[in-house]
Write a protein of this length. Sequence first.
Length: 78
Amino acid sequence: MDSLRQRWATLSQGQQLFVGSMAALLVGALVVLLGSGGLGRLADPAWILAAAGIILLALPVHEFAHAFAAVHLGDPTP
């Protein structure tokens, strides 16, 4: 637990705010999800496979768009 406190102390105030906000959103999403009668779609294997497929297709395209924009804006990174 001390290690976590030490790491937290190394974060800037903005980073701490961001991490805290993301944690609050995650907790809120879990409360809504579990409070609405269970896991819903998360328990459906077909939905999980469809979502995973969409993410696996969309993520490389998204990252390529970042690289494309960076190269065209003059980023010298190879």
